[in-house]
Design a binder for this molecule. Structure first.
Ligand SMILES: NC(=O)c1ccc[n+]([C@@H]2O[C@H](COP(=O)([O-])OP(=O)(O)OC[C@H]3O[C@@H](n4cnc5c(N)ncnc54)[C@H](O)[C@@H]3O)[C@@H](O)[C@H]2O)c1
Ligand SMILES: O=P(O)(O)OC[C@H](O)CO
Length: 330
């Protein structure tokens, strides 16, 4: 039987632990707080997924070494900006035969690194042993066993197929891919676009405005991805358009919700508190913009999101700035 360790027990880590268990894996979930580990061992994670009965095959521990000992697969699911610090403790515990899977959708501030790059560098792993799972995967829907598909990207196709088998269930359909760069960028940048769509919703703008932000957001994501070596076709797939659609349209999305709070007039601190869980786009907007500038890629929506987060422009001014950009061909 495949042994999977999942670190940590937030919304997506817990939901994906259930997917792995339903697919037949033996799963040990690492939780930082003992009360969360105890609750999971009693069959629920009320802090993150209240009302979801977890399968008995999902067990929890507060000891990362216990979770990782003998694991065939180590799944990492923490806020992106905390990954490096977490890896300082976890990397020495990852066994030589373990394959690492990133569930995270963010770009590291300061370095511009994708999460798989942070893992490969800090755990000294061959990139062929590091995979990424990304797609339209709202944790609450998946925890409720509603149908969803996703992409497992790994440069080693055989590793990708092994992981695919380890998490394929009647309600979760993973596809394989080899474009790790494209899948990771699709997941990280859609959070910034969803934040912009949330801003538009909070401001009371209509569906034309939201559709425009989504389409032009995907265009700027594709430009950045292509400049960084991704296959532009990836952005039309589940890890691109698929995830963008789910995140921008769903009230379950924390990034969209965060933007909506800002659009209704809350400050960044207030919107962060009101959202409660990780809204990666609030940080990744900065690292994505930094990457874009380094590669001379124009990303007007990301640029405006950063200007709003920094308080340099009001949301009304932002709409004006986007609408009065010089006319061009699509
Ligand atoms: N929730 C979703 O629907 C979903 C779906 C797909 C991808 N993701 C991605 O998965 C990653 C994790 O998201 P999530 O929804 O599980 O987040 P979450 O806020 O629900 O949980 C975060 C988890 O990380 C742990 N953690 C470890 N170190 C931490 C630290 N220093 N500060 C704060 N928390 C720390 C927390 O204890 C918690 O278990 C993100 O990159 C997110 O974009 C989330
Ligand atoms: O809740 P969000 O905004 O972090 O989005 C969750 C997932 O990434 C959707 O695929």
């Amino acid at each position: 039987m495949t042994r999977a360790a999942v670190l940590s027990a937030g919304s997506w880590g817990t939901a994906f632990a259930q997917v792995l268990a339903d697919a037949g894996c033996d799963v040990l979930l690492y939780a930082r707080r003992p009360e969360i580990a105890d609750a999971i061992n009693a069959g629920e994670n009320p802090a993150y997924l209240p009302g979801i009965a977890l399968p008995g095959r999902v067990k929890a521990t507060t000891e990362p070494d216990v979770a990782l000992a003998g694991a065939d697969i180590a799944v990492l699911s923490v806020p992106s900006q905390t990954l490096r610090a977490n890896l300082a403790a976890w990397a020495p515990l990852i066994g030589p035969g373990t394959v690492v899977v990133s569930l995270m959708k963010g770009i590291e501030l300061g370095t511009g690194l994708r999460m798989s790059e942070v893992i490969a560098q800090n755990a000294a792993l061959d990139p062929a042993r590091v995979a990424v799972l990304s797609g339209p995967n709202l944790a609450r829907e998946i925890a409720s066993r509603q149908p969803a598909a996703s992409v497992i990207a790994c440069t080693d196709e055989a590793v990708g197929r092994r992981l695919q088998a380890a998490c394929h269930t009647s309600y979760f359909r993973p596809y394989t891919h080899t474009d790790v760069i494209g899948c990771e960028l699709g997941g990280a940048v859609k959070n910034v676009t969803a934040l912009a769509v949330g801003l538009a919703a909070g401001l009371g703008l209509g569906d034309n405005a939201k559709a425009t932000l989504m389409t032009r957001g995907l265009a700027e994501t594709t430009r950045l991805g292509t400049a960084l070596g991704a296959d532009p076709a990836t952005f039309a797939g589940l890890a691109g358009l698929g995830d963008l659609t789910a995140t921008c349209l769903s009230p379950l999305s924390r990034n969209r919700t965060f933007g909506e709070h800002l659009g209704r007039g809350l400050t960044v601190a207030e919107a962060t508190r009101a959202t409660g869980q990780t809204a990666e786009g609030a940080k990744s907007a900065y690292s994505v913009l930094d990457l874009a500038r380094r590669h001379q890629v124009e990303m007007p929506i990301t640029e405006i999101v950063v200007a709003i987060l920094d308080g340099q422009v009001t949301i009304d001014q932002a709409v004006d700035l986007l609408m009065t950009r010089s006319p061009r061909a699509e």
